[in-house]
Design a protein around this ligand. Structure first.
Ligand SMILES: *Cc1c(COP(=O)(O)O)cnc(C)c1O
Ligand SMILES: [Zn+2]
Length: 408
């Protein structure tokens, strides 16, 4: 395994554990490539299943269980894990009817140790940080990366530095980061300003753990290994995911490329990325057919986890969309709100950003793009308790509306 520049025309190769975050030649993002030999697919699938019955900490992790496809070189006891992954797929009930489809499943990545999919990447990212001898780790975040980084850094005994857009992070996520003892730096502006400040201000001793870090992408990609195992290695027709900084979309695309090229699956799902209308540079890029991203200067949406105007991983995500013959759309805050309420009525719950998936499915169904009999897996990225202010405000305004109708 080694690190490689993700630009096809460059592909500069580096050592797997070199401490670099961008290509030294062209500045593009790096990716981890693997070109070794593996056991044949049936044997590999059997090994992965058997590990679920083992009490080895690496086997109890829904990430490290798939370690044949993860960065290597770590000793067994050097892996920083909290049994992340192992999340369920839940059948959509009322949500399916509401969206006008019959075969809908939710993969709930919000049911991870700190309540979001960020834990899947963080277990690998923090393991690598410790392995290369970092004493401090840092990230910019809309909240969930902060909570996850803080928790895993605490487990590893590393100092955590977190840059947040001031006043724009849900109190629940901030509380988690504080609980896990992270140092918080509030930056005026948006997430995009926070990440600029992190890159500019934090010292050379701080190991970066934003999703530009290729080790995080590797961990996040295992969500698709687990999902396909749960689907009996028969891919759904569509895989729907919210898009913010586009690290997750990139990770899932990488998973499909690898699963297909090692013949673990024969069909790949079409990937649909859904953005919020007020933070939709990737959806605009897709619709216009352009190859250059036009950033959104002032991203605005109730779905704070995806309030990002200048997504770092858009090129990798575009490749994933093209590889899977997928598409990108956007939905309004109102549509997100309705979809979120429906996911709640299904007894599942999620944070606003995750509800973009259901809102997007309904929209594509109305447009006739998706067949009502298509098999659809939607990824719920964050737990309902991640943004309780939103729920209370939304239910208050519903009550106010009902009161006005009834004349109370
Ligand atoms: C981070 C996050 C996203 C966005 O993921 P990207 O990789 O930035 O596209 C979506 N939903 C939730 C809940 C998140 O925490
Ligand atoms: Zn390069």
């Amino acid at each position: 395994m080694h690190l490689r520049c993700s630009a096809i025309e460059c592909h500069t190769a580096l050592g797997l554990h070199d401490r670099v975050f961008a290509c030294p030649k062209c500045g593009e993002l790096l990716e981890i490539v693997f070109d070794g030999k593996l056991p044949d697919p049936p044997k590999l699938k059997k090994t992965w299943l058997e590990r679920r019955a083992s009490s080895d900490p690496r086997d109890s992790s829904g990430v490290w269980r798939f370690r044949e496809f993860l960065p290597d070189g770590y000793g067994d006891s050097e892996i920083v894990t909290m049994s992340e992954g192992n999340t369920p797929v839940l059948r959509g009930q009322r949500t399916a009817g509401w969206a006008g489809v019959r075969r809908l499943w939710f993969k709930h990545l919000g049911w991870n140790p700190t309540g979001s999919f960020k834990d899947l990447g963080m277990t690998v990212g923090i393991t690598e940080a410790k392995f290369v001898g970092a004493k401090a780790v840092g990230c910019a975040s809309t909240g969930n990366t902060a909570a996850s980084l803080a928790a895993y850094a605490a487990r590893a005994g590393l100092r955590a530095q977190i840059y947040l857009p001031a006043g724009q992070v849900s109190p629940n996520k901030l509380a988690q980061a504080l609980d896990f003892g992270a140092e918080i730096i509030e930056v005026p502006g948006s997430f995009d300003d926070a990440i600029e400040t992190l890159l500019h201000d934090s010292g050379a001793d701080v190991y970066f753990l934003n999703s530009i870090n290729p080790f995080r992408i590797e961990g996040q990609k295992t969500a698709m290994f687990e999902l396909l195992e749960q689907f009996g290695w028969q891919a759904p027709d569509y895989l729907v995911v919210p898009g913010g900084n586009l690290g997750n979309s990139s990770a899932f695309g990488k998973a499909f490329i690898e699963l297909k090229s090692y013949e673990l699956i024969d069909k790949i799902p079409r990937m649909i990325v859904v953005q919020a209308k007020g933070a939709n540079p990737f959806a605009r890029l897709w619709t216009s057919g352009s190859r250059e991203l036009q950033a959104t200067a002032h991203p605005e949406t109730v779905a704070t986890a995806i309030r990002i105007g200048n997504p770092r991983s858009w090129k990798k995500a575009l490749r994933a969309i093209e590889f899977t013959n997928g598409l990108v759309i956007d939905v309004t805050d109102e549509e997100i709100g309705e979809a979120k309420a429906m996911i709640g009525r299904d007894g599942i719950g999620c944070e606003p950003a995750s509800a973009t998936t259901l809102a997007g499915i309904r929209k594509l169904r109305e447009m006739g793009t998706i067949d009502p009999d298509a098999t659809i897996a939607a990824v719920l990225t964050g737990h309902a308790l991640k943004d309780t202010d939103y729920i209370i405000k939304a239910s208050q305004s519903l009550r106010d509306e009902a009161g006005a109708v009834l004349g109370i």
